[in-house]
Design a protein around this ligand. Structure first.
Ligand SMILES: [Zn+2]
Length: 145
């Protein structure tokens, strides 16, 4: 059972293939079978660029489109070693990775993950799509903090 905002197994496969089984931030090779295991054991996870937020995503009411369905699509996910506290996933979660690199997408922003460039370890500056693909883009100009 996949909960709201969680990546379905087929989506994880798209992300795994796009990222070639490596951490999108540092390039470390990941073992397919170690998803969810501790960082020290080589564990990895799929990072949500736009966070599901505290309490997660509310389930859609019957007959209503789930408003934040994009949270569970491929453009919103990248492979990172570790988890929410350790490894690259921990660094991103603690905001130790500059926001301009695109690993985090503001929930209150007007741009969705498909519109926010990311500096991917393997692919360079790209826009990710929801079909497991990506398109090269120019490095975004520095934005004054
Ligand atoms: Zn890494």
């Amino acid at each position: 059972m996949t909960g709201p905002g969680e990546f379905k197994p087929a989506t994880v496969e798209l992300i795994w293939d796009r990222d070639e089984g490596r951490c999108a931030l540092c390039g470390r090779n990941l073992w397919r079978s170690r998803r969810g295991e501790p960082f020290l054991w080589g564990g990895w996870s799929v990072h949500h660029r736009e966070d599901r937020g505290a309490g997660g995503v509310k389930r859609a009411r019957p007959g209503r489109e789930q408003p934040r369905a994009h949270l569970a699509l491929a453009a919103n996910g990248v492979l990172l070693d570790g988890d929410g506290v350790a490894g690259c996933h921990g660094e991103v979660t603690r905001n130790q990775v500059p926001a301009r690199l695109g690993f985090t997408v503001a929930r209150i922003g007007i741009r969705r993950p498909v519109e926010v460039p990311i500096r991917h370890f393997l692919h360079g500056w790209v826009l990710l799509d929801n079909d497991g693909g990506f398109a090269p883009v120019d490095e975004p100009a520095e934005v004054a903090a």
